[in-house]
Design a protein around this ligand. Structure first.
Ligand SMILES: CC(C)(COP(=O)(O)OP(=O)(O)OC[C@H]1O[C@@H](n2cnc3c(N)ncnc32)[C@H](O)[C@@H]1OP(=O)(O)O)[C@@H](O)C(=O)NCCC(=O)NCCS
Length: 344
């Protein structure tokens, strides 16, 4: 019988920079306050890096943590997938920087740009690469430093209060198995069961950093700098509605495809964009509060890293354990979205 491989996500890690920024700290920079931010988003504090820390620096700390937790060394890996919207440089991406600085062999290293949908997109990619038999152990890296891009004045307050810096890493490992041992909702076999992804560029202009880029005359002009086009901007209400709609839709489709109900899930791990979005998804899925993991109050939206940071913390806190069936669901700029079913 032909060999089959399943993808087991064996270890998760996180790294948050030490610098805490509370809502009160932000209220000294712009016209905002703790009550507004807490009520609208659930966020109490977030972490910001200090100069000269760059996105790859956070990524490297997260990778060091996952290597220590797994007792693996760089030479045990054969692929790196890094997700970020805030690379150190316009190009190259951060994956080759992580590869070089941590002494990985000269393995393939790629950045993907799907913003807050990073976890579901990179899980699907790694799973397909492993199931094809081409790669055996893939490192997933998630890192974002949004703080340097934010408009920390009243003009940018609707975006600036939502984001924090942070990084995470996860290990995807190929495990040979029989047909019966392929992970499914009907058995206890650990691994990635399924992922559904989507995108709609109709939302591109609703959440973006406009410049620098080739849509800017001269790529980076004095005018675009003056306009503050290098800050992320968002049509908050519209993005909110699309996020809730797409996250509910994709979670429901994935559950239907596997003939399960919310009762079958041990935990839903949603992208941490806004506590109100997570709550609306939870209510639509008819999940009790204790079956959803949130930590947005501590870190804000760490963009690519929210879901793996949550899984790492849930495992550390004993809220999740090996063998648990979880669903992750995400929505991000692009728009991009997706959900995955994983047995830890
Ligand atoms: C950003 C968000 C929290 C704003 O909440 P909202 O209820 O939609 O609030 P609005 O943008 O309509 O603003 C309401 C008022 O608060 C003001 N406001 C905006 N940001 C503020 C802040 N940080 N502090 C105080 N007031 C603020 C607005 O200026 C507006 O004032 P006005 O009524 O006088 O014009 C919300 O839209 C959201 O979470 N959107 C989606 C976020 C998201 O998912 N992003 C990433 C996807 S990966």
């Amino acid at each position: 019988m032909a060999k089959q491989y399943k993808t087991v996500m064996t270890h998760f890690s996180k790294y948050l920079p030490p610098g805490k920024v509370t809502n009160d700290d932000l209220s000294k920079l712009m016209d905002t306050n703790d009550a507004w931010i807490t009520e609208r988003s659930g966020i109490k504090e977030r972490r910001f890096v200090e100069e000269p820390v760059a996105t790859s620096d956070l990524a490297i700390e997260a990778v060091k943590n996952v290597l220590a937790a797994s007792n693996l060394k760089p030479s045990d890996f054969d692929y790196i997938i890094a997700s970020t919207l805030s690379p150190d440089y316009y190009f190259p991406g951060i994956a080759p920087i992580v590869q070089h600085k941590l002494g990985f062999p000269t393995i393939p290293a790629v950045d993907i740009r799907v913003q807050c949908s990073a976890f579901v997109y990179s899980t699907q990619m790694a799973d397909a690469m492993i199931k094809s038999g081409q790669y055996k152990r893939i490192l997933l890296v998630f890192s974002d430093v949004q703080s340097k891009m934010l408009d920390l004045t009243t003009k940018g307050r609707n975006v600036a209060v939502l984001f924090g810096d942070g990084a995470a890493a996860a290990i995807c490992e190929a495990v040979e198995c029989t047909e019966d041992e392929m992970p499914s909702v009907g058995n206890m076999s650990s691994g990635v069961i399924d992922t559904i992804l989507g995108s709609d560029g109709l939302g591109a202009e609703l959440l973006l950093t406009r410049s620098p880029g080739t849509a800017t005359k001269g790529f980076l002009s004095a005018e675009s700098v003056e306009n503050g086009d290098w800050h992320p901007t968002m049509e908050g209400r519209s993005v909110f509605k699309h996020a809730v709609t797409r996250m509910c839709e994709v979670a429901e489709t994935l559950m239907k495809r596997h003939n399960i109900t919310a009762n079958d899930l041990v935990c839903l791990v949603p992208h941490q964009a806004n506590l109100r979005i997570s709550e609306m998804v939870r209510e639509k899925m008819e999940l009790p509060k204790e079956k959803v993991f949130n930590n947005i109050h501590c870190y804000g939206n760490t963009t690519s890293a929210t879901i793996p940071i949550c899984i790492n913390e849930a495992l550390e806190q004993g809220r999740l354990k090996k063998g648990d069936l979880i669903m992750t669901v995400a929505f991000g700029a692009g728009f991009t979205w997706g959900a995955s079913l994983i047995r830890l």
